[in-house]
Design a protein around this ligand. Structure first.
Ligand code: COA
Length: 185
């Protein structure tokens, strides 16, 4: 069972379908904040849709061994980290993350993604983790930079947000870079 306590007391736990009610409540309370940058934050509106989203995470966990985790602070779900499917040939994946509005500004996502990068590179032996942030999502770009990701450039019209094509800033981090980053801390 994957469970990890972050410095400061927040807990990472695997997101499961049994969390659907809590997850939907979290989305409902943060819909405008999440939906500004995350399509699913705007779209998930029912328990069934929340369950389907969480089931996708469990399916990926079964297939790749890389869990989608929630961040619980003082017993409340306040955010999470997810991964896209692992490419078995290149041992590469992509990470995504989110927080509720009241949980920003404390380094929670930086610490949560950091723990999951330890798992992805250290435990699973992955080689490369990508990250994409919509151009203009400065808080997300700051997370990428804080974690030592390298900016590769702008992928033009590579995302869709609220019905419009949007440019995405592409970042990546390699296993050997993560080891160096960890050693310097
Ligand atoms: C992107 C998002 C997760 C960033 O949240 P965040 O709180 O800024 O990120 P972190 O949890 O890493 O916290 C960093 C902030 O906490 C501060 N901080 C406090 N203690 C810290 C610590 N121990 N370590 C790191 N940062 C710390 C940092 O200075 C920074 O604050 P600043 O932005 O005022 O400089 C959040 O804005 C969000 O969920 N947005 C909506 C969804 C979204 O955009 N997801 C990403 C899609 S690509």
């Amino acid at each position: 069972m994957f469970k990890h306590t972050l410095e400061g007391g927040a807990e990472l736990r695997i997101l499961e379908t049994r969390h659907a009610v809590e997850f939907l409540k979290f989305i409902d309370e943060n819909r405008a904040f999440l939906g500004r940058w995350l399509r699913w934050g705007a779209e998930i509106r029912s328990i069934e849709e929340a369950e389907a989203f969480l089931r996708r995470g469990i399916t990926r966990y079964v297939e790749d061994g890389l869990p989608w985790v929630g961040i619980w602070l003082e017993g409340e779900l306040v955010g999470g980290v997810l991964f896209f499917p692992v490419d078995a040939r290149t041992l590469a994946t992509e990470v995504g993350y989110w927080l509720g509005e009241s949980a920003v500004g404390r380094g929670l996502v930086t610490r949560a993604v950091s723990a999951m990068l330890d798992y992805a590179f250290g435990t699973l032996g992955l080689h490369r983790v990508a990250l994409q942030a919509e151009v203009g999502n400065e808080k997300s770009v700051a997370v990428a930079r804080r974690l030592g990701f390298t900016e590769e450039g702008i992928r033009r019209a590579a995302g869709v947000n609220q019905g419009r094509y949007v440019d995405m800033a592409a970042f990546s981090l390699l296993a050997e870079e993560w080891v160096r980053t960890r050693c310097q801390r």
